[in-house]
Design a protein around this ligand. Structure first.
Ligand code: MIG
Length: 760
């Protein structure tokens, strides 16, 4: 066969001109396989060594290598863990070291696409139905066989269930006003994270199809025998990762990066609402929290604080002094976060607009004019975040937040969303003088990602604190710069239910710091829905209640005393568990594992958890089984193998079975894996790391009295001094009977005054 092997045996290129069939997507191309590690392969048709990824800042220098063998007309490539068989039509089958087939190119038949006459299309459209797309054209399409028992996880924020198999998705960042349901008319949401994992009891593998163009992921929808991924433009370039699910997530986040440690207070409770329209209203919201004894660390200002929706401005009538507002909130332990949209208002005299025009920082029409569309400010222009200079300039605007002591930025509308139809595909993003200009179709899916990068890097230049950014649109790798929320859900039970698999799949897609709008954004919440939502979201890393203007208000005191009490109970619970969650953040920086995990991550051999949509683990030892049905007062809970302790009653239950758990309105079933230590904080109204001098350890010995050692991380929760060693790492372990000993693995920060042990 016709191939070239690199001198160091790390990559091999096949000449497709001679090999691939004329109807093969590889026809006339070269196919390169690189051993990124012994477990991770890169498979692409780009020119050798070209690497232009938005997700991966630096490709790890290959640590794997191939041993090559030609046999029976195939080329076999061996790494330590994998065997790749390439046939003479360039179909690739990948086996593990024991010869078990993991992933095979699908070579069977494919159904012919359904055809429709123009009249049929017209009729459908007339009755208001959505007309199916005409045949798509692809720059490549990869089709891989699916076997029985395989489930598919990942793909970012897509609607539906934990297992993506049987559904069809699109990557095209979209702001959709209609309810996000599992079989959406449009198959895309706000984020494009083209990474998924295939899993069954026998093996798992992951694929990261790194291409920001509009792309499609048919996960066995067209035919249960295969899945395929394709894109409308760009070269095929995908990574294959083998190992256990946690190992695959580690490999994926090694490539695309990990979320840095957040500021501790960002794990607290956030209150938001689109409509907080005056300083007094914001102060009154803060006072309500304090009066009602509900912990709160942040209030978010939606677009209402701006002057005519101009970004990096404030309305002088309604928000005359943001600095004073910040000060007064700070006295109550509450921080301000402001929304920022990418659209810049077209207005003579508005410095941001004028400067951007003068410097050529905005996207252009194909005719060379500045491109305008409509967003909140009316006619608006769009910064070209593909340009380093523009990102720098945008980041410099954060002096506005600095000046007013605002502590975080919430990036909205960065798909980018637009009111006057979508941006045409040929809108030009000129880039920097030394880079080629790109079009909207090239950069749409990375627009929000690059805006997040600009925000993160700008914040970091201006402030010593860890930047707190929230973004709506994402691409793979956005976790390096930003947390994310799931956009405009609605106050629907179905959306509460969906929030669990959505957060779990986002977590498995490398985004650990995420949340949904608690209570639902659009439509009107009910007290019961709100209570169940705060319970289900109690451990969501981004813990924010947010709602739309003109909907029923949903701050916790808007209803009755019972609602308030239930709400308070779960916000209190959240604050107790913050040190545990912060430990998981620390762990994530090392392993890439998310805080919220589907059961399958830790019980990969138990098919009973493969499609568990309504329970999750926090780390590996806290299991939460929220109620997500209106009127439900009990539910079936699946406890995987091991002994579990009911958090509320202390009752011990042997797992590997379903149990029925009573769940009255104030009850969110929770279980702790026996043998665990869980760190807790004392009750507090907001997080002031300097004042936290007591740590409480909940200790749950197993039936033999054993307790697994636990590592706890502590630092000032605010800046980057930990990078210079200013942190403590403790190990708590059982020492003799009923005694927990503390070992200091690293000391560099003022320790707790007291560590209480609470035997359970
Ligand atoms: O077109 O800023 O998802 O959280 O409240 C709506 C107003 C624009 C969409 C965001 C939502 C926010 C809202 N924004």
């Amino acid at each position: 066969m016709n191939y070239t092997l690199s001198a160091d045996n790390t990559s091999i290129t096949f000449d497709g001109t001679k090999l691939a069939a004329e109807d093969s997507p590889l026809f006339g191309k070269s196919l390169t396989l690189e051993a990124i590690t012994h477990q991770t392969l890169r498979i692409h048709t780009k020119k050798l060594h070209v690497h232009d990824s938005y997700a991966i800042e630096k490709l790890p220098t290959a640590k794997g290598s191939f041993r090559i063998e030609e046999k029976d007309g195939f080329v076999f490539l061996y790494t330590e863990y994998l065997c790749i068989r390439v046939d003479n039509a360039l179909f690739i089958d990948i086996y593990d070291a024991d010869g078990k087939l993991l992933c095979a190119d699908y070579t069977g038949s494919v159904p012919a696409p359904e055809t429709m006459t123009p009249q049929e299309r017209d009729q459908l459209a007339q009755e208001g139905h959505v007309v199916p797309e005409e045949n798509r054209s692809y720059s490549y399409q990869v089709r891989k066989a699916l076997s029985d028992g395989e489930c598919i996880y990942g793909l970012g924020d897509k609607t539906g269930f934990l297992n993506k198999r049987g559904y069809d998705y699109m990557m095209w960042n979209s702001d959709l006003p209609h309810p996000h349901v599992e079989n959406p008319t449009f198959k895309a949401l706000y984020k494009s994270i083209p990474f998924f994992m295939v899993h069954c009891t026998e093996y798992s593998y992951g694929i990261f199809a790194d291409n920001p163009h509009k792309s499609f992921f048919d996960m066995g929808y067209e035919d249960n025998a295969y899945y395929c991924f394709s894109a409308t433009a760009g070269e095929m370039d995908y990574f294959f990762m083998s190992g256990t699910l946690p190992e695959i997530i580690a490999s994926y986040t090694e490539l695309t990066g990990r979320a840095p440690l957040p500021q501790l207070w960002t794990l607290g409770y956030h209150q938001s609402r689109w409509s907080y329209s005056t300083q007094d209203e914001v102060l009154s919201v803060a006072q309500h929290f304090r009066k009602n004894n509900i912990p709160c660390d942040a209030i978010h200002l939606d677009i209402d604080y701006m002057e005519d929706f101009k970004v990096f401005t404030n309305d002088n009538d309604r928000f005359p002094n943001l600095t004073v507002l910040s000060d007064r909130l700070n006295d109550m332990g509450i921080k301000l976060v402001t929304i920022i949209d990418p659209g810049v208002k077209v207005e003579t005299g508005y410095p941001l607009y004028e400067e951007g025009i003068q410097k050529g920082y905005f996207a252009m029409t194909s005719d060379g004019d500045v491109y305008e569309n409509k967003v909140w400010p009316g006619d608006s222009v769009f910064p070209d975040f593909t340009s380093e200079a523009v990102r720098q300039w945008w980041g410099d605007q954060i002096t506005f937040q600095m000046k007013h002591q605002i502590r975080g930025i919430w990036n909205d509308m960065n798909e980018p969303a637009s009111f006057n139809g979508p941006l045409p595909d040929d809108v030009v993003f000129p880039g920097d003088p030394d880079t080629a200009s790109l079009t909207h179709s090239d950069v749409h899916n990375v627009y929000g990602h690059l805006m997040a990068k600009a925000t993160y890097e700008g914040w970091k230049r201006l402030d010593s604190k860890r930047p707190f950014v929230i973004t709506r649109a994402c691409y793979s790798g956005s976790q390096k710069y930003s947390t994310a929320w799931t956009g405009d859900n609605q106050s629907l039970w179905s959306h509460l239910k969906m929030s669990i698999p959505q957060l779990l799949n986002l977590g498995m897609s490398g985004m650990p710091l995420i949340g949904t709008d608690i209570g639902g954004f659009g439509a009107n919440t009910t007290p019961e829905l709100l209570c169940r939502w705060i319970q289900a979201s109690c451990f969501a890393p981004l813990f924010r209640n947010h709602s739309a203007k003109y909907t029923r208000r949903q701050e916790p005191w808007q209803f009755d005393e019972t609602t308030l009490e239930i709400y308070r109970k779960y916000v209190d619970l959240r604050y107790r568990f913050i040190p545990y969650m912060y430990d998981l953040c620390y762990e994530e920086t090392v392993t890439g594992l998310p805080l919220l995990r589907p059961l399958v991550l830790h019980y990969p051999k138990d098919p009973a958890v493969f499609e568990c949509n309504d329970e999750y683990l926090v780390g590996d030892r806290v299991l939460v089984a929220p109620i997500t049905d209106q009127g439900a007062r009990s539910r079936a809970v699946y406890l995987p193998e091991g002994e579990w302790v009911d958090y509320w009653t202390g009752v011990r239950i042997e797992g590997g079975k379903y149990i029925l758990r009573e769940a009255p309105p104030d009850m969110c079933p929770m279980y702790i894996l026996s043998g665990s230590i869980i760190p807790n904080y004392p009750a507090m109204q907001s997080i002031e790391p300097d004042n936290i001098d007591t740590l409480r350890l909940l200790v749950y010995p197993d039936s033999q009295g054993n307790v697994s050692p636990y590592r706890h991380y502590q630092d000032n929760g605010e800046d980057f001094q930990y990078e210079q060693g200013s942190y403590n790492l403790y190990e708590f372990h059982l020492d003799g009977e009923k005694n927990i000993a503390v070992k200091n693995l690293h000391t560099g920060y003022s320790p707790y005054k007291e560590i209480d042990i609470d035997w359970r």
